[in-house]
Design a protein around this ligand. Structure first.
Ligand code: NZQ
Ligand code: ZN
Length: 381
């Protein structure tokens, strides 16, 4: 086991914590308030944020779309430069927070911001940023990653840099009260798959990472099982914390990681517009089956520790079925076609896009080639 672990994001968790921005944000800060399509205007979060910021210098940029577009975010970066803003406050879900990370980096870079996800530019410098989370799913509020879409070419690519890790994140579960059911499902599924990407690889004997992963997976499965009880403070708090912990670097420290489901999923969203979490739920079971040989031991461990399955024949396959049943119980469609992918040659096109983006050896051991991905997608149709 070999790792360096540093998570510098201060988390303020619980009811009423948005007001704490008044003390948290430097009185002299020049703030860009960045948000999405207006949900925060309708549910009172915007008012709470503005009240807490008081008379600090503040510019606003709204309209960051789900799967945020580089084209939109470039305008926000120009605003940051024009007004010399020094703190970006992202108020929203993963898309707004990811968008803020891109803006923070692009505002300090003279070239085309698309150089950031394509790795022509390595981000070493960025404007400071903080987050007020309104949709628990991605963990973006306390990690260093972001996923950006270029609408012009229909590409969706990730980037990582410690320079864009939020300084602070406010997690008030009350902000979730206006989330549509679909986004709560997305939150459970995305978080569940994040933990799987870091846990369902090969046995390593990492007792802490395995044990905590299993605790998070059990918590998420319990929240899915109690989906009818979702209009409850503790349910919301549990989802918000589980989603955060699932992708803050902790359970993945020093262990092999997969992320093939995510990279395939990003291509599906880029081409067909499906919600991120839906792509994961449709790809992951078939990816696990395709990789049964490599992942069998960990799947068996998960079956026992997370789903309480009896040891015995086909335990790994029974675990995949339990995962699938969990997604189905949340109303995830039965396949890509049912989810709206109409092109008959979708698996070929998606495999080709992976190849174009250099994603030719995905997974913890590089075993997911575009050809393997094509086979997985064919099953997932
Ligand atoms: O734009 P607004 O009006 O705010 O509406 C949003 C949006 O339409 C709405 N919403 C958010 N909070 C709400 C609310 N509606 C009512 N009440 C609230 N409290 O929800 C819709 C979806 O929001 P979005 O931010 O797109 O969802 P999510 O948080 O699932 O983020 C998805 C994005 O994150 C990326 C995904 O690829 C996708 O682009 N990811 C980022 C990761 C990271 N940075 O570490 C990892 C993930 O694996 C993921 O890839
Ligand atoms: Zn995800």
């Amino acid at each position: 086991m070999l790792f360096s672990y540093h998570n510098p994001t201060r988390i303020l968790f619980g009811k009423g914590q948005i007001a704490a921005l008044a003390d948290l944000v430097d009185p002299g800060a020049r703030v860009l308030l960045l948000y999405g399509g207006g949900s925060i205007r309708r549910n009172g979060v915007y008012d709470q944020v503005v009240r807490a910021l008081g008379d600090r210098v503040r510019k606003e940029f709204s309209g960051v779309e789900p799967n945020p577009h580089k084209e939109t975010l470039d305008k926000a970066a120009a605003l940051v430069r024009e007004h010399g803003l020094d703190l970006i406050l992202a108020v929203g879900g993963g898309s707004v927070i990811d968008g803020a990370k891109y803006v923070a980096a692009a505002a300090r870079y003279d070239g085309d911001g698309w150089d950031i996800p394509t790795r022509k530019h390595t981000v070493r410098e960025a404007v400071a940023l903080g987050a007020v989370l309104t949709l628990p799913a991605t963990g973006s509020e306390s990690n260093a990653g972001a996923v950006i879409t270029r609408a012009a070419t229909g590409e969706k690519l990730p980037f990582h840099s410690p320079a864009v890790q939020p300084l602070f994140a406010v997690l008030d579960p009350d902000t979730m009260k206006t989330l549509p059911e679909r986004q709560l499902v997305n939150g459970i599924v995305d978080s569940f798959v994040h933990v799987c990407e870091q846990y369902l690889t090969r046995p390593t004997g990492a007792l802490v990472q395995d044990g905590y992963s299993e605790a998070l997976l059990r918590a998420l499965a319990a929240l899915a099982g109690d989906f009818a009880g979702r209009d409850d403070d503790l349910w919301r708090a549990n989802l918000m914390w589980a989603a955060n912990q699932g992708l803050n670097g902790l359970v993945g420290a020093g262990v092999p990681q997969d992320w093939a489901t995510h990279m395939i999923g990003h291509e599906i969203t880029a081409r067909y517009g499906l919600d991120h979490a839906v792509t994961l739920a449709l790809v992951q079971p078939w990816l696990l089956r395709a990789r049964m040989q490599a992942k069998g031991a960990k799947l068996e461990q998960m079956g026992r520790a997370v789903f309480g399955l009896e040891p015995g024949p086909e335990l790994a396959e029974r675990t995949v079925q339990a995962i699938e049943a969990l997604y189905r119980s949340l109303g995830i469609p039965a396949g890509l076609r049912a989810a709206g992918v109409e092109e008959a040659d979708a698996p070929d096109r998606l495999a080709e896009a992976l190849r174009r983006h250099g994603m030719t050896a995905l997974g913890e051991d590089g075993g997911v080639t575009p050809e393997v991905a094509r086979a997985i997608l064919t099953r997932a149709l």
